[in-house]
Design a protein around this ligand. Structure first.
Ligand SMILES: [Zn+2]
Length: 283
């Protein structure tokens, strides 16, 4: 990371910390008072500065920045400080500008008031940088990576708040692969690459998909529109916020005779890397 970007990142973290003044500290459980303040990527003073990396801006002229992996909003869960870029060559899963942040603990989320963020999902700050990780954000489900119950993916808002704009924001294939859709959950599209890496896209507009089950797609090909589709166990539609929930599974087998294990991993830094490449390519 360049020194300039590091400063931007540090100031973004400071701004977030300042915004949390509204939060009642007494309500924070002991586990939540010890966030990992270590930057995900210490700047190397010996490394030559790459001028091109100093500022990356999106098509709206906004400067991209992100909070380190594992640094979640206060009282929103332990997070998972995984800085690994698992797939350095994948594309970003949305065509347009996008904003990674919490759907539950920010404006428009059921727990937004915990962080003094009372308001609707279209609040302008939901559609701005810095990005914030939501892997292992608190949920009731138990997961291997988030043993106390956690959100096993990251949440991505589209370029605009669709409930207001009605705009179409497309999710695209992050790499070449085969579509497996829809799963029994009725709101999940899977994409599997040749080497078995599996991606799950959730909450797309399921009655207007651009792909079908078994179809082979190319990197960047449209899959479906970002939406709020969500169904309960009875199959009733229970809309969520407008966003893409994105998951990633590594395929691992120690040898050819052994059935592969699908290991869920945090896609956060893989997506940071993919988005930076996308912004750089657009310059
Ligand atoms: Zn999610």
């Amino acid at each position: 990371m360049s020194a300039t970007k590091y400063i931007l990142l540090a100031s973004a973290v400071a701004m977030l910390a300042a915004s949390c003044d509204l939060f009642d500290e007494d309500d924070i459980t002991p586990d939540d008072t010890a966030p990992d303040e270590t930057p995900a990527d210490d700047p190397d003073p010996e490394a030559p500065e790459a001028e091109d990396d100093a500022f990356l801006t999106d098509d709206g002229g906004r400067i991209f920045s992100y909070v380190p992996a594992g640094d979640l909003l206060p009282a929103s869960g332990p997070g998972h400080a995984d800085t690994t870029i698992y797939r350095p060559d994948i594309g970003f899963p949305l065509e347009d500008a996008a904003f990674l942040n919490s759907q539950v603990y920010r404006y428009g989320g059921s727990q937004g008031s915990i962080n003094g963020m009372d308001g609707g999902q279209c609040d302008a700050s939901n559609y701005d940088y810095p990005w914030q990780d939501t892997f292992c954000e608190s949920r009731s489900r138990n997961q291997i990576m988030c043993p106390d119950g956690g959100h096993e993916g990251v949440d991505i808002r589209a370029a605009s708040c669709i409930s207001e704009t009605g705009a179409s924001h497309w999710a695209v294939a992050v790499e070449d692969g085969r579509i497996i859709a829809p799963s029994s959950s009725r709101y999940t599209i899977r994409l599997q690459s040749d080497d078995g890496t599996l991606y799950r896209y959730m909450h797309l507009k399921m009655d207007a998909l651009a792909v079908s089950d078994g179809e082979f797609v190319s990197k960047g090909q449209r899959i479906g529109k970002v939406s709020n589709d969500f169904f309960n166990a009875s199959g009733e539609r229970v809309p969520t916020t407008f966003h893409l929930h994105f998951e990633m599974y590594q395929n691992y087998a120690p040898d050819e005779e052994t059935a592969p294990i699908f290991d869920q991993v945090s896609p956060y830094m893989t997506l940071v890397n993919a988005y930076e490449k996308k912004l750089r390519d657009a310059e």
